[in-house]
Write a protein that binds this ligand. Structure first.
Ligand SMILES: Nc1ncnc2c1ncn2[C@@H]1O[C@H](COP(=O)(O)OP(=O)(O)OP(=O)(O)O)[C@@H](O)[C@H]1O
Length: 576
């Protein structure tokens, strides 16, 4: 509730004015049947045209006031709901941006998308409907029942039987609806995850001819969503005819008893007309209330899902950092007895007892079999994960003592899975430095051996890139990502297998530029090709999460059997 109030507070006037304007409509709906009965009982009975005209004009005036009240009430309700949704969505998005990888792994991407979109829409709809109905429906209910008792207390007894029965059935329906709506939202999660995976990987699906399999998977999720929808909607489907039946039965009973009363001279025709109008209003407001309650059931399920994300504890923060203002100045790196595992309940470490130092400006090459922990190791430098034992220091300070922004601003990472965004090349490269001018961008691109091929495109640097960089080759994408990182001018540059798709000659050019022009930058180059790391100042050889060797190329050839083996296999293959 506290969380709910946070989003209501800034727009509290909308929440007050919306229902108040709706009351104008309520008053009108109560007055109109009564005025109608006056026209029938007095005007028509006495053939008094003047009376009919006067009351008629009052009715028109009431209708105009109702329209104005209705429009303003709806406007305030819509604004309250939309603002609530927009603020909640923003907070949710900000929270997700702060998530560590561990937090992200807990929720699937599809589920986070559903929570950000569909769940918040449910909450918005609920707020809008509630504001429109919270005073209107009870107001009409109370007003119409009162008027009915005023007109004919004996006839109004029928409501004492009908209303409690309907209220009890609404409560039962609410109880049944809640779990069904929760299951429905979870099913939307699964469908969204399936759609997202299917669209992001559409090229892979086509190349592996997995279209049928993916269609089958989608069909299963789609059917599940259909079933859950029907299961939830069944409540509404069954409920609506019950309400209509109750309305019709009550009307028939009232007309029958009322007719007898008119024959017996105990009631006037106009009163019976007004009475039947009030029946419609009472039933209408009960139906409206039941729909609002059903939407509440759905929105509460959604709100719980949104709250789950908002209240998720972020396990990697800089809240307790000692040197929040400090920036990475030189680029010295030091690993001291570092151990790490992804799953905290697993017994085996992914990295075990790693220790090494890299001085500012040096180049460290990292080589080792796949899965040996190279990517994991460099992820710890920019605190994508926290170590389980030991410490990682940058410029002599534990990475946990920097603010995350300052630490990550000092480090440029070109990840193994490179990603570009839709937009032109300029926009993409400016991720490295949003203020970079065209000349600086072109220079960074030239250093990454990308300038030439970019200028080869018809639109040059204005070429639009597809989502994820789908319209450039793997090697081109890697060079654009390196240019983007160079533009950042980080103190530490990490290239994680990021030239694997670049031909060896171009890769050598890039290395030469890095060793020459960027000699003050600490560079970590992870590679599968031994030629990519041979010239590094130090080389770290990894195997199964452990350091198997550390030294220069010449030293390792003598001291590290694994390095020698990799060298022999790769170099003899090249010679062969
Ligand atoms: N996000 C993750 N969650 C759980 N386990 C992971 C995760 N990422 C990697 N691993 C596991 O950690 C180990 C080391 O993976 P890592 O990616 O660091 O190896 P690598 O040496 O960089 O491999 P490659 O050369 O293939 O890129 C592997 O066993 C891998 O399965």
């Amino acid at each position: 509730m506290k969380l709910f109030l946070k989003y209501i507070k800034p727009y509290v006037y909308y929440y007050i004015l919306g229902p108040i304007f709706m009351l104008v409509e309520v008053a009108g709906e109560i007055i109109l049947p009564w005025l109608l009965s006056k026209i029938i009982n007095v005007g028509a009975a006495n053939h008094d045209v003047g009376y009919i005209t006067r009351i008629g004009l009052v009715m028109v005036l009431v209708a105009v006031c109702m329209a104005v009240g209705g429009v303003l009430g709806a406007w305030f309700a819509a604004n309250a709901a939309m603002n609530f949704g927009a603020d909640l969505r923003m907070d949710l998005f900000e929270k997700i941006q702060k998530f560590s990888f561990n937090n992200i792994d807990k929720f699937s991407t599809g589920s986070l998308i559903t929570r950000l979109t569909n769940d918040i829409t449910q909450i918005q709809n609920m707020i809008m409907q509630t504001l429109r109905a919270c005073l209107r429906s009870p107001g009409i209910l109370i007003g119409a029942i009162t008027m009915a008792f005023v007109i004919s207390p004996s006839l109004a007894i029928v409501f004492i039987i009908v209303v409690p029965v309907l209220v009890i059935s609404i409560i039962i329906i609410m109880k049944k609806a809640f779990p069904r709506f929760k299951a429905l939202q979870n099913s939307i999660d699964c469908l969204n995850s399936c759609v997202q995976e299917g669209l992001v990987n559409i090229r892979l699906i086509k190349s592996f001819v997995r279209k049928d399999y993916e269609e089958k998977r989608f069909d299963e999720h789609n059917k599940d969503l259909f079933d859950k929808n029907i299961h939830a909607m069944n409540i509404m489907i069954k409920y609506q005819p019950v309400m209509t039946l109750a309305l019709n039965a009550t009307t028939v009973a009232v007309v029958w008893f009322g007719g007898n009363m008119i024959i017996g001279g105990k009631m006037q025709v106009g009163d019976l007309t007004a009475f039947t109008n009030y029946i419609v209003q009472i039933m209408g407001s009960l139906t409206m209330l039941s729909i609002v309650f059903l939407n509440w059931a759905r929105a509460v399920a959604s709100f719980r899902r949104v709250r789950e994300v908002l209240e998720e504890e972020i396990d990697l923060t800089d809240d307790n950092a000692l040197y929040k203002e400090r920036k990475v100045e030189d680029g010295n790196i030091s690993f001291k007895n570092v151990s790490f595992r992804y799953y905290k309940n697993s017994e085996e470490n992914v990295l075990s007892n790693i220790s090494f130092d890299v001085k500012a400006g040096q180049t460290l090459g990292i080589i080792g079999p796949t899965g040996s922990g190279k990517t994991t190791l460099v992820s710890l430098i920019s605190r994508l994960y926290d170590v389980d034992a030991g410490e990682v220091c940058v410029d002599g300070v534990n990475v946990k003592e920097y603010s995350l922004d300052n630490l990550r601003n000092g480090i440029g990472m070109v990840l193994q899975k490179n990603t570009l965004f839709s937009g032109d090349i300029y926009e993409n490269l400016r991720w490295g430095n949003e203020n970079a001018d065209e000349k600086t961008i072109a220079q960074a691109a030239a250093d990454a051996q990308a300038d030439k091929f970019i200028r080869g495109f018809r639109e040059g640097y204005n070429t639009q890139l597809g989502q994820g960089g789908s319209n450039v080759s793997g090697g081109q994408k890697q060079r654009l990502c390196i240019a983007r990182a160079l533009l950042k001018h980080p103190k530490i540059l990490i290239l994680d297998d990021s030239t694997s798709a670049v031909d060896t000659a171009t890769e050598k050019y890039i290395r030469n530029v890095l060793y020459g022009k960027y000699s003050d930058m600490t560079k970590i180059i992870i590679a599968q090709r031994i030629t990519s790391v041979m010239e590094a100042d130090e080389i770290l050889v990894m195997d199964n999460g452990c350091v198997k060797g550390f030294g220069t190329h010449e030293e390792l050839l003598k001291t590290c059997p694994l390095y020698k083996e990799i060298f022999d296999i790769q170099i003899s293959k090249e010679v062969g």
